[in-house]
Design a protein around this ligand. Sequence first.
Ligand code: SAM
Length: 319
Amino acid sequence: MQVVPTDRKGPVSVTHQHLLTAIGTLLADGRVRPSQGRLRILDIGCGDGQLIDFLHDRLTRTFPDLAIELHGFDIGEQGYNDGGQFHTATQMLAARHPGIAWADRISMISDAEAWRYPSGYFDIALSNQVLEHVADLAAFLAELHRCLAPAGMSLHLFPLAQSIVEAHCQTPFAHWIRDFDRRVNWIALLSRMGVGAYRRHRKVLGHDTPRQHAVETAKYIQCWTHYRTFNAIADQCSRTSLAASSGLTNGLFIAKLRGMLKLRPLGRYRRSRLPGVDWLGFMIGRYLSSSTLVIAPVSYDIGRRIAAEKAANTLRRAA
Ligand SMILES: C[S@@+](CC[C@H](N)C(=O)[O-])C[C@H]1O[C@@H](n2cnc3c(N)ncnc32)[C@H](O)[C@@H]1O
């Protein structure tokens, strides 16, 4: 399988590039294939549609012989509706990639609703900075499993509970502190010291004082984020017949480093030949930045195993 090209025009989001390279890796390794004559990709929590725009552009140029179909949805509860992002995303995609019925490909649903796709529809599902916002992980994973093809895979880039800096307020440890008042005091203290997003949020969100910023930020963290550990997610996955792996996490650091050094982005990631390096990268990386989880359906034919063991026992007794 061909790998994703490395040409680049204009600035590219490092997370988008990383997800493109991660898709290239799954394709190049033969871990995912178009299952119904086309490669169907779903962007879960697609926001303003920029990732869909980027992936459509790069993937169709890289795989001209492959029918690639990108879809996306977001939920209304978290501001997608109020902010008009749904229409903006659809219009932007229609202008950038005419001839595709984007209004049918991009949808807005309620968090309580089932995803509007037939079962087994997607070969790849991905999400960027979404899982830390998902309130009902069990429902999310059940829908993910239902919508993925049996040999499909999903990629999720998001901060785990261990990440030191709370991504939305750029304040270290703000999400580790569960006591609301202590969290407010901590964010206010750091804001006064110039640490975090206070200056930006004063301009953008009208947070007049460090104290007001701290209260509003603590409320945001409380109401709209759900940080989880890898183990909590893996446990929930196993209850949904899904398997979670962290092996592509290092890719984000590679993509960031290559971007800083102005090197061409990679078309695919390769596993480290040194044992333990990928694992160590994840163990350290989850504190420093977003992690990348691959979540895929898993099943095991227990009947075949029992039959094989019975047959072996019968042979042994007969011998
Ligand atoms: C930080 S934004 C990221 C948006 C977009 N993926 C991006 O990279 O720009 C988080 C997004 O997750 C969405 N979201 C939260 N919970 C969700 C859920 N249960 N299912 C789908 N999307 C969800 C929100 O509506 C929001 O658009």
